[in-house]
Design a protein around this ligand. Sequence first.
Ligand code: FCB
Length: 423
Amino acid sequence: MSTPETATTAPAKNLSFPINFLWGTATSPTQVEGHIQNEWTDFTAQDGGNCRITCDHYHRYPEDVQWMSRLGTNAYRFGIEWGRLQSAAFAPLNQNELARYVDLLDQLKAANITPMVVLHHFSNPPWINAMGGWTNPATIPAFVDYVQKLVLALKDKVYLWNTFNEPDTYACVAYLLGGFPPQRKGQLGQFRRVIKHMASAHGQASRIIRRDGDAGRKPEVGIAKNWTFFHAYKKFSLWDRATAFVCHYTFNKFVLDAFLGGSRRNDSTFVGLNYYGRVRFHHFCAMIPASGTPVKRLKDFGFDCDDMVERYPEGLEKILTYLNRKFQLPIYITEHGAASADENFRERDLRENLTALHRSIEAGVDVRGFFYWSLMDNFEWQFGYTKKFGLLAVDFADEKLPRTMKPLAGVYEKICRENAVRP
Ligand code: FCB
């Protein structure tokens, strides 16, 4: 048994964050809105759940904005569902659906909450899926047209644009692992094609956003890259090291290069980082709860895991240092969070990660915001409702879907209001 590496400890002194730092929460349409038409509508998750109603954020967003205020947050990262706004490629925007998102934006503004809009978060309109989704290059101009129209409609309300959320996760889980629709397995060529097409769409969309999106405040645009560290459990296991290297190369290096390599870096004004932790391999097996190994068993190996992956707060500092050196762009932590029923564990995880984040900022990395995943418990894709990432609990057994604050919500509120992490 190997001993766990020394974890980043929670702060011993007050850690103040820069003025104007954004403290937010994050959600995505499929996971919280309900009443959605995309490839997830008819998808049944491992727990038998589906996303048809989920948190009903579609109707309950006024209440949810109040919760955001109650939590002391000043930012909200959420997606606009493409399929609600266009019924076909190049179609005009659906004005009713647009009005609903505009109302959400107005309510956020009234509550002094800065929006960050995500344009693609693991879902496509049905007519895009029917033509092969992102494996088809014809999806690129369709997406760019959508973005062009949306930016003109929302430019005076939105300046933070996040084109693609975790293209690596999307392409991997949909085309290599078979977890997301269309549930293909081992299709490396499709994986690469999806990444290339999304990267091209990102470049074009970014140029449009920067050209047409300025209504008094310069628009900011970037992707959200999921960064997972891949390591071998035993340093001397050549096979596990090779597996880790291939994963790192495919999901981190190849994807980062596709979106930000060479002159493509100039298309983005920021790098969004979704950071959860790491995956270690043992006899080719990914030692994480998300792959089926129970948290308790992993503990015996010395692994500190939430219900998804191994926690690795010191990795946050490493990746921030790397991204800063490589791209010299401002960074937003577009997602971090932990799924667990153990609120003490989640609090420790948050403090340790924010401590690592603070150290990076002190060292000169320009990090401008942190979005907790997630505002509330929701539909966690193929896992359904079993992974509890929320600051708010949602009672899915009650048709009124009441939200209540979990202990971590109080902890986060204090951090947001004080713009500091206290010992
Ligand atoms: C990220 C996704 C988000 C949610 C969290 C837990 O990979 O962007 O939708 O699933 O993980």
